[in-house]
Design a binder for this molecule. Structure first.
Ligand code: CMC
Length: 392
């Protein structure tokens, strides 16, 4: 098959035309629908950014109100979904729970199975997906604690509702610190889209077979889980903890990362596209300092992370390979400061990435893209004849 262009890992293959996210890996630029990530992270709310990604423009006051209102009215989960929660072992990984629960939503909303939904029907599926995700994520957290779930409340905006369902109690009203609300908004915005990454490409390719939105997003969650992608945020904290327990000798761990006979990699370092710096990492590093200071937290792993970064950025191995801290290098330290356990970090990435997955799924449908179906170059045996079992 001489006409097949081989590009294992799709390092240089464009799979679509997209008007959602602009990324310049050489210059370290990231924009959603033309707006710089720095401005959005500083000024917008997560739900405003979700609207921007999905519908293409920053919402007016009325559009935002209507959007928020619609979301608020779909945050409840069907009570039968609780049976799924009961069925998971209490220590099962939150990402495994999330991908199955999101896939299961399709069973509760069978209208989503229609391949050619009208725009209004499609929008209802999108709203339900977005609205129910925050409830799912917070209920997964409650399950890990063995605590009763907290129901969504219509008086809260999306992010506050999520935090209330996560950190709230049934027995008393818990006030969520404004620093926590603001930090959560920033983190979710920074994760909201990143063009054709592994999970987003998965969502598009699954959707291209006309699978429903819940099945497509569930597949994206599975793709995000791995430590080379979204799972890196959990892996970073586990690595920093390990370095701390080992005495904090960062030079030793940098040497391990450079050793080609050692499978250890510096988690949270390197990126397929960013070869100068990851603009999200810059924002997160600063936010991390601010948030820890405001919450009065002194976390030793932050010091280790900074030392690692400092050593790595001067080391020829990392310099030559253009390896810089990525979005996940500091995000886990913030999640930890906000009170999330380590195995919830990747689920929070999924909550943030959801508007991007939805926007990309919607765009793929609007572009009427054909089914995704890569080719291959066959390297196996040819011309064998079947050998009877007793003759082998
Ligand atoms: N530590 C040590 N060496 C590394 C690292 C690292 N973190 N990342 C890349 N390298 C080396 C790699 O060994 C290779 O060296 P050589 O040329 O000598 O063989 C060179 O750098 C190029 O790396 P690659 O693996 O060919 O690059 P890739 O584009 O296939 O992989 C990556 C990108 C992000 C998977 C990789 O850098 C990595 O594994 N990083 C650690 C995991 C991580 O932090 N992932 C989160 C990515 S950002 C969040 C997201 O959007 O998912």
């Amino acid at each position: 098959s001489g006409y097949v262009t081989l590009d294992i890992g799709y390092k240089n293959t464009g799979a679509t035309k997209s008007a959602i996210t602009f990324l310049d890996g050489e210059l370290g630029i990231l924009k959603y629908r033309g707006y710089p990530i720095e401005q959005l992270a500083e000024k917008a709310s997560f739900i405003e950014v979700a609207y921007l990604l999905i519908y293409g423009n920053l919402p007016t006051v009325d559009q935002l109100k209507a959007f928020q209102n619609e979301l608020t009215h779909h945050t409840l989960l069907h009570e039968d979904m609780k049976k799924f929660f009961d069925g998971f072992p209490s220590k099962s990984h939150p990402m495994g729970q999330l991908s199955s629960l999101v896939g299961a939503l399709s069973a509760f909303y069978p209208e989503s199975l229609k391949p050619n939904q009208t725009p209004a029907e499609q929008n209802q599926s999108i709203i339900k997906m977005l609205a129910k995700m925050a409830t799912l994520v917070s209920w997964i957290y409650k399950k890990t604690l063995g605590h009763p779930v907290i129901y969504p409340q219509n008086k809260y905006d999306y992010v506050t509702n999520f935090l209330n369902m996560t950190f709230g109690q049934r027995t008393e009203e818990v006030e969520i610190h404004p620093v926590v609300v603001s930090a959560m908004n920033t983190l979710l915005i920074l994760h909201a889209d990143h063009e054709q990454n592994c999970s987003t490409s998965t969502v598009r390719i699954v959707g291209s077979s006309e699978s429903n939105i819940y099945a497509s997003v569930s597949a994206g969650i599975s793709a995000l889980w791995g430590p080379l992608h979204g799972g890196a945020n959990q892996a970073v904290i586990e690595m920093l903890e390990q370095i701390k327990e080992d005495g904090g000798d960062t030079d030793k761990w940098i040497a391990k990362a450079k050793d080609k006979n050692d499978p250890f990699r510096l988690m949270g370092f390197g990126h397929r596209v960013y070869k100068n710096f990851d603009p999200r990492a810059k924002i997160i590093k600063k936010a991390c300092d601010d948030i820890l200071e405001k919450l009065g937290i002194n976390d030793e792993v932050l010091e280790i992370a900074k030392r690692l970064e400092e050593v790595a950025l001067k080391d020829p191995y990392f310099v030559e390979r253009k390896l810089y801290p990525n979005v996940d290098f500091y995000s886990g330290i913030i999640y930890r400061a906000l009170g999330f356990p380590t195995d919830m970090f990747t689920v929070l990435f999924a909550l943030g990435r959801l508007p991007g997955w939805i926007a990309q799924w919607k765009e793929m449908k609007e572009n009427k893209e054909p089914i995704g179906r890569p080719r291959q170059i066959y390297t196996g045996a040819v011309n064998l004849d079947y050998v009877e079992l007793d003759k082998r």
